[in-house]
Design a protein around this ligand. Structure first.
Ligand code: BTN
Length: 244
């Protein structure tokens, strides 16, 4: 039996064998006052959730974790944490493999999706964030291939315990950077690992599709596209696999 994962100083691990969704358990604990750095980790999830109401296949063998964050910011700013989380996942990848972040917060390794990030927050009446749950699923032992997936899957390899330690350490580091430098530094680091500027991309907006050339992200994390009809700023949508 391997030793339990070691988390950064001041962080606390809640280790479960099985749960519906680690995000739900983390939100429940946060509602009861659990502090930042509380990490809910489960060997499997019976109701793992992805973005846009998709399910997240969660059998034993991959990493399912949700970390409580208390960023003390306005709700709009909390979306920046998705980029922070994506950078932390990218930090987990050993040298020699190609890492690319995809807007808004996908991480691809050698062209395959290695992780999923689902941020869920609670906001007070005045608009301040009470907490954010950063739910992160990382393919460690295997890469699920589901028909609804926009990218092929990829897996990190190694053990789930090591992956959790590496992820928590990277998340703590990237969070500290965000608190110190704001989104400016996060954006720079994210762009350095994104696809090339000018690459052709498709973005799904509801039922429609926008085609254009990748022009980066702005100071609020919105996607910038150069389209045939001029520049476009996209706040919410899904990047579909083409070049960038
Ligand atoms: C995506 O659609 O890409 C996001 C997937 C997020 C999955 C993780 S696994 C841990 C946490 N618990 C959940 O139910 N979802 C997130």
């Amino acid at each position: 039996m391997s030793s339990p994962p070691v988390l950064p100083d001041g962080w606390t691990l809640v280790a479960l064998e099985t749960v519906g969704s680690t995000n739900d358990e983390a939100a429940r604990l946060a509602d009861c006052g659990a502090p930042e750095g509380t990490v809910v980790w489960s060997r499997e999830q019976t109701g793992g959730r992805g973005r846009r109401g998709r399910r997240w296949s969660s059998p034993i063998g991959n990493l399912y974790s949700s970390t409580i964050l208390r960023p003390e910011c306005a709700a709009a700013q909390a979306a920046e944490l998705g980029f922070v989380a994506a950078l932390a996942v990218a930090d987990m990848v050993p040298p020699g493999r190609q890492v690319r972040v995809k807007w808004p917060n996908d991480v691809l390794v050698d062209g395959g999706k290695i992780a999923g990030i689902l941020l869920e927050s609670a906001v007070a009446n005045g608009g301040r964030v009470l907490y954010v749950v950063a739910g992160i699923g990382v393919n460690v032992g295997f890469a699920p291939q589901l028909p609804e997936m926009r990218y092929p899957g990829a897996a990190l390899g190694g053990t789930v315990e090591t992956a959790l330690e590496t992820l928590a350490a990277a998340l703590a580091r990237r969070l500290a950077d965000w608190r110190r430098d704001g989104f400016f530094g996060v954006r720079e680091a994210w762009l350095a690992q994104a696809g090339p500027l000018g690459a052709e991309v498709d973005v799904k907006l509801g039922d429609g599709l926008v085609r254009g050339r990748f022009a980066g992200i702005d100071q609020e994390g919105a996607l910038l596209l150069d389209t045939a009809d001029g520049p476009r700023r996209i706040v919410s949508g899904e990047l579909l696999g083409r070049a960038a």
